[in-house]
Design a protein around this ligand. Structure first.
Ligand SMILES: CC(C)(COP(=O)(O)OP(=O)(O)OC[C@H]1O[C@@H](n2cnc3c(N)ncnc32)[C@H](O)[C@@H]1OP(=O)(O)O)[C@@H](O)C(=O)NCCC(=O)NCCSC(=O)Cc1ccccc1
Length: 154
């Protein structure tokens, strides 16, 4: 999906299984058809098959849905940035900004996200949403997002 994927380490199997199973169960993601494509340490990629139900009146994907895709993908980037010992901690989005460059007119929306900075309590991520394939001419939206780590009480 990306040329420089080797920059990102694979997660330990049990952390990968836990996060990918949780992603697959997320009700809101299932509702819009958002699927996980890759999950590594500090990196996540997703794909959403666009149905007409996601469209606004001009026939492209509604902006809030695009922002949701960025939030979901970056949220899992943040979760996948944690050490395996902390794999049951969670994240809460506390802020994000999304810039829209092109209408979301596509069969698929591909989102790739990476960790920009991970502190003990606050994690900063970036996300890009592409139309159908990854490439500068296909860039639909760009987001920056901030997450607060919720430590597991278990
Ligand atoms: C937790 C914090 C971010 C910071 O709180 P602080 O500034 O330190 O303030 P304070 O301590 O005064 O607590 C205030 C209230 O916060 C809650 N609460 C606090 N600690 C915990 C905790 N450990 N666990 C659980 N809840 C906790 C609790 O209700 C408390 O109320 P209370 O005092 O009991 O009546 C809070 O502002 C918040 O929940 N904001 C909403 C975030 C949100 O909903 N974002 C959008 C969806 S996230 C998403 O989907 C992204 C994603 C994608 C993919 C994958 C993963 C994620």
């Amino acid at each position: 999906m990306l040329d420089n994927l080797t920059l990102y380490e694979h997660l330990p199997e049990k952390q990968f299984q836990h996060l990918s199973a949780q992603f697959a169960r997320e009700p809101a993601y299932r509702y819009i058809g958002l699927k996980l494509r890759d999950l590594r340490r500090g990196f996540c990629a997703t794909v959403t098959t666009v149905s007409n139900d996601l469209h606004h009146h001009r026939g492209a994907v509604q902006g809030g849905i695009i922002a949701m895709i960025a939030d979901a993908t970056a949220g899992y980037t943040a979760l996948a940035s944690l050490d395996v010992e902390a794999m049951y901690d969670d994240m809460a989005t506390i802020e994000f900004k999304t810039s829209f460059f092109r209408p979301g007119a596509a069969k698929e929306l591909i989102c790739v996200s990476n960790l920009v900075h991970g502190g003990n309590r606050t994690l900063f991520c970036a996300a890009k949403i592409y139309l159908d394939e990854i490439g500068d001419n296909q860039l639909c939206a760009d987001a920056t997002l901030t997450f607060s780590r919720l430590r597991s009480r278990a």
